[in-house]
Design a protein around this ligand. Sequence first.
Ligand SMILES: C=C/C=C(\O)C(=O)O
Length: 263
Amino acid sequence: MEIQTIARKLLDAELFRQPIAPITESEAQLTADDAYRIQLHQIQQKVSEGAVVKGLKIGLTSKVMQEMLNVHTPDYGFILDSMVFAETDGVDLEKFIQPKVEFEIAFVFKKSLKGPDVTIEDVIDATDYVVPSIEIIDSRIADWRIKFEDTVADNGSSAGAVLGSQKTSLSNIDIANIEMSVYKNDECIDTASSDAVLGNPLNAVVWLANEVSRYDISIQPGMFVLSGALSKALPFTNGDSFKADFGELGEVNISFQPAEVKK
Ligand SMILES: C=C/C=C(\O)C(=O)O
């Protein structure tokens, strides 16, 4: 099947909230390169319709997430303006198919980063500040039955991002040693450390900047990058709220509520 045809199926799955069978079931020969081209085709389609790329997400950078989804290679996807929510928004579950939330560190850039030879020093130099963040992931593939190529083609299973308000310069912290506690409806339900992300979230950004350069993509000033989840992705229902407390980085909040109860 053609790249454009598979991209259209995924776009329709998202639009009509009707998940499709794993692409890898019918397209056993699909390569990682094919999958990234399917992803890019959808993003280019949305951009041609007016969407704006605000950032990128890195996925599958922690052991807990790799084990949870049985996919053991990091990947990435794009975050568009329509996917960015404010902490105060009250996100409606009905927008998604089978969503989960993840807690991550977001890097916001003041300089561009263009691979293929990006180093940790380049990332530190290009970073304006970091903020705590939440990613909403969702799968347009039925029951999350994803292989690596399925989630890549499906924009890294991304569906939304929330950035916290506290901005911290990398020079003021040890980004590889940030402790995080996750609260669901005010109860602490998980903890993790930032070194869960490839040993240091900076490694994840280096990886991303070099990977995207294969497609002539660079990280631009003003864009943000989500590091990948520190801890396990969590399901939720309308009425749930989450807080992730990242200690000296501050906290980030999200609540889910149906559109009709929004103020
Ligand atoms: C399938 C998505 C995984 C992530 O977003 C992650 O590990 O952060």
